[in-house]
Write a protein that binds this ligand. Structure first.
Ligand SMILES: [Zn+2]
Ligand SMILES: [Zn+2]
Length: 351
């Protein structure tokens, strides 16, 4: 498809703008996708506010956004499983396929990954993208491209649940009720965990957690988390804790509320990357720490969970902005963290 497209670009810290680029031509193994919705992720906001995450430094103009859903409008010569008009969720990371991690199926650990909106690779706050067809997953009729965009964060939630060996009969706790906390809670429930308690300090997020199926919520600012979990689990403690808040306080609480012999899954990155934790207690309880880096082999399962009604993915969206409002969308998201759970940019309207 010949022509120009609009892309929202980050021109500097706190500065969004627009640019016109050529609509990309898909390679033989790629499809061209007309993007309909792209989620705004915490990492996008972090790049926008500070210009970097660790060693990844933004060189403006840079395109943010790595949570896309859209419609296939052109198909490369070698692509068999997709056709024009298919609605798809795009997995944002293209890996090498040859290294030991790729071969073991742990491709999220590949060092040669090319991932949307991770400098220097541009993201997808733009009208079209050409992407590896194998990383585009067809959505069933009852799953919208808005939900398609949100499969990306949901995949993190499922990876956390799987890493923690979540299963039927457990009582689990999720620390943090931001987007990743909520999708983790829903993934735990989808995998059969019957009781999931959610801890946060923002009322609006706790309300959202209840609305989306939490068994109970605890406000860590006003309640004694340890005591409440004791009450809720008849003194046993949590069979599984998923930590998404990335703070020392909540990680310590996770250790305190975990039942002996249980798993704690660390998902949230802390600000400094370092923490002081009560390790003797960890040993006394023989706790197992698991961690999460993105996800692997999860998209088909996550899409099925949404299609079959096990996960109310749309429910996490609190704000939708147009591509033209990119500046407002980013500023509003940065300045209203207590009110926004998940914001999404609508690129083209779904028909
Ligand atoms: Zn994300
Ligand atoms: Zn690899």
């Amino acid at each position: 498809m010949e022509g120009k497209m609009k892309a929202a670009v980050m021109n500097g810290i706190g500065k969004m703008g627009f640019t016109e680029r050529d609509i990309p031509t898909p390679a033989p193994d790629e499809v061209l996708v007309k993007l309909e919705y792209v989620g705004i992720c915490g990492s996008d906001l972090h790049y926008y506010e500070t210009g970097a995450i660790g060693d990844y430094v933004v060189e403006p103009p840079f395109v943010l956004g790595h949570e896309p859903g859209g419609v296939v409008v052109e198909v490369g010569a070698n692509v068999k499983h997709l056709s024009v008009g298919d609605r798809v969720a795009l997995e944002p990371g293209k890996t090498c396929g040859h290294c030991e991690f790729c071969k073991e199926g742990k491709y999220n650990l590949c060092s040669d990954v090319i991932f949307f909106a991770t400098p220097p690779v541009d993201g997808v706050f733009q009208e079209y993208v050409a992407h590896e067809a194998d990383l585009c997953f067809k959505l069933p009729d009852n799953v919208s491209t808005l939900e398609g965009a949100l499969i990306e964060p949901l995949a993190v939630g499922f990876h956390a649940a799987i890493q923690g060996d979540a299963h039927l009969g457990q009582k689990a706790v999720v620390m943090g009720a931001g987007c990743i906390g909520l999708v983790s809670m829903m993934a735990l429930k989808a995998r059969g965990v019957s009781e999931v308690y959610v801890v946060d300090i923002m009322e609006k997020r706790l309300e959202k957690a209840m609305e989306l199926g939490a068994t109970a919520v605890i406000n860590g600012r006003t309640e004694d988390v340890e005591r409440r979990i004791k009450e809720l689990t008849s003194g046993r403690g949590a069979d599984l804790v998923v930590e998404t808040a990335g703070t020392e306080i909540t990680t310590r609480q996770a250790i305190q509320i975990a039942r002996k012999g249980s798993n704690i899954v660390l998902v949230g990155y802390s600000k400094t990357g370092e923490m002081t934790l009560p390790m003797s207690l960890v040993l006394d309880k023989e706790l197992t720490f698991k961690t999460v880096f993105r996800y692997r082999n999860i998209y088909p399962m996550a899409i099925d969970a949404v299609a079959s009604g096990k996960v109310n993915l749309k429910g996490i969206v609190t704000d939708i902005f147009k591509l033209d409002e990119a500046q407002k969308a980013m500023d509003y998201s940065v300045n209203n963290k207590a009110d926004i759970v998940k914001a999404v940019i609508q690129i083209w309207e779904e028909k």
